[in-house]
Design a protein around this ligand. Structure first.
Ligand code: HEM
Length: 514
């Protein structure tokens, strides 16, 4: 997720204070226009920390909401009903409550709220991640899994991954030869974005003049998806984005994105005209698949250019951000934990020997590498609260009443640090995954970095092989240190919350060939 998909859509710290002040002012003016949210009295609501009139608990979330909500769950219990402005928000913070949302009552919790930024960026939620539950979502998810994310398709992108990882290793080697510090955040982001652009658009975007604009635009979308829109919490004030400037910014970004996507679509249509149906020069890309769905009218739902643009924007974000964020956190944890780094190097060397390159066939024999990635995802899920769900009808959970339209967050970050589930939860110990079958595919509710149930991330296979291949190669080829002879444990692990939770500071390392 989130993707652009991984939009947690709570609060973005920089804009939060000004926005909250602004809301307060507006609310004073418009107080009378706002009906109290909990107008329908719940006979048995879940515990709820005391909040302020009108704002509810909105002001309490702070710059890192997943941590604040974890603290609240320790005080009030694993199922909380907050009031975020005008909106009820259920926070599930334990294995049992997560299972209830993602499995037992998944059919009721499978929709998404319609939020201002994604609704605009994705042409009224015509993407996958924010599409409301129903036929349209079912069709587009099926199409994307079949043609992009099934294991057969993921296998077919092997050459792309190998070429892009080779370019990553070459870039590190160049920096290492000139004794420069390597900005691993930048290199991992570049790797992810070029892999995704090759499978979606058909060629590495670095060959296109729109490359830098497209990726700036994706970054811009990602920032906006993590930003605070007054109307998402006070529907009566949904026009307020016009005053904060967010609506204008959205409009400009949309226009730029739309122009680039239009050019991509035209390019693919021209190619198809030139080569007829025999596309023997260049392989088909995902935009071609979407264009065929428009041409052949195979979706069974209304489907045109806007749908293609929404889905492509969504997948660019989904395929780039979360994947590179996990690589960043993994390298950071390995540098902070030299014993784990050593053990991983030994495992890789034991399999590939003096061969300089780790290939995809080698990965199956690397259980420690897999455990390292699981452990990173336990401690640093890029979407610590998943993508918000929306409850489709009134229900009961653990004896409590939950009203229809409640926005639902599963705090997988809190579950990953629950001492009742994990021994020494704050420590980085990949070995904890030996001797058990806990995996992150959405069946084990103690480890849910990709969510679960109907809305589970369809990109797990796509992401994991990129993570494994890239990490195995960079760990195998170089010895890693912090600049200025700092010790590993001095590396900061500060987070910044937005559409995804990433490192606050970029990961700058020194690489020495080994
Ligand atoms: C390490 C990398 C990734 C992580 C941690 C991640 C995580 C997530 C999470 C937490 C969700 C929400 C699940 C839920 O609501 O239960 C999600 C949804 C989604 N992800 Fe990923 N994701 C990753 C990579 C990818 C990639 C590479 C793609 C596509 C190429 C992708 C495409 C999607 C899509 C389309 C959805 C929306 C699914 C729906 O709403 O039905 N993700 N992802």
């Amino acid at each position: 997720m989130s993707p652009l998909t991984l939009s947690l859509h709570l609060l973005s710290p920089p804009s939060m204070i000004t926005s909250l002040l602004f809301i307060l002012f507006l609310l004073l003016l418009l107080h009378h226009a706002i009906t109290p949210y909990f107008s329908k009295k719940l006979s048995c609501p879940p515990p709820s920390p005391r909040g302020l009139p009108i704002l509810g608990n909105l002001h309490q979330l702070g710059p890192l909401p997943h941590r604040t909500l974890h603290g609240m769950s320790l005080r009030h219990g694993p199922l909380l009903l907050l009031k975020l402005g005008h909106v009820p928000a259920l926070i599930a913070s334990s294995v049992d409550t997560a299972r209830e949302v993602l499995k037992t009552q998944d059919n009721l919790f499978a929709s998404r709220p319609s939020l201002k930024v994604p609704a605009t960026l994705f042409y009224d939620n015509k993407d996958i991640a924010f599409a409301p539950y129903g036929d349209y979502w079912r069709q587009v998810k099926k199409l994307s899994v079949l043609h992009l994310m099934s294991s057969k398709m993921v296998d077919s992108f092997k050459l792309i991954r190998e070429q892009e990882v080779a370019l990553l290793v070459a870039a590190i080697a160049r920096a290492s030869a000139s004794r420069s510090t390597v900005n691993m955040s930048e290199l991992f982001a570049s790797l992810s974005k070029h892999i995704i652009s090759r499978v979606i658009v058909g060629k590495p975007s670095r060959e296109e003049e729109w490359d830098s604009v497209l990726h700036l635009m994706i970054q811009e979308c990602s920032l906006m998806l993590g930003s605070f829109h007054v109307g998402d919490y006070f529907p009566a004030l949904s026009w307020a984005g016009k005053l904060t400037g967010l609506d204008a910014k959205l409009k400009t970004t949309m226009a730029t994105a739309s122009d680039i996507l239009e050019a991509i679509i035209e390019q693919r249509l021209a190619r198809s005209r030139d080569h007829g149906d025999h596309h023997d020069r260049e392989p088909e890309c995902f935009v071609d698949v979407l264009l065929s769905a428009v041409k052949d009218n195979t979706m069974g739902v209304s489907f045109g250019k806007e749908n293609i643009k929404a889905i492509v924007t969504d997948l660019f974000g989904a395929g780039t951000d979360s994947t590179y964020i996990v690589m960043e956190w993994t390298m950071a944890e390995l540098v902070r934990n030299p014993k784990a780094m050593k053990k991983l190097k030994e495992e890789i060397r034991g399999i590939v020997g003096s061969n300089p390159t780790v290939s995809e066939e080698d990965l199956a024999s690397m259980p420690y590498l897999k455990a390292v990635i699981k452990e990173t995802l336990r401690l640093h899920p890029p979407g610590p609260l998943l993508v918000p769900r929306e409850l489709m009808q009134d229900t009961k959970m653990q004896g409590y009443d939950i009203p229809k339209k409640t926005r639902v967050f599963v705090n997988v970050w809190a579950i990953g640090r629950d001492p009742g589930v994990w021994e020494d939860p704050e420590e980085f110990k990949p070995e904890r995954f030996f001797g058990n079958s806990i995996d992150f595919k959405g069946q084990d509710y103690e480890l849910l970095p990709f969510g679960g149930g109907r809305r589970v991330c369809p990109g797990i296979g796509f992401a994991v092989v990129v993570l494994e291949l890239a990490l195995a190669n960079v760990v195998h080829r170089f010895d890693w240190e912090l600049p200025n002879e700092k010790r590993g444990e001095e590396l900061d692990m500060d987070e910044v919350f937005g559409q995804t939770v990433r490192r606050k500071n970029s990961l700058q390392l020194v690489a020495k060939p080994c």
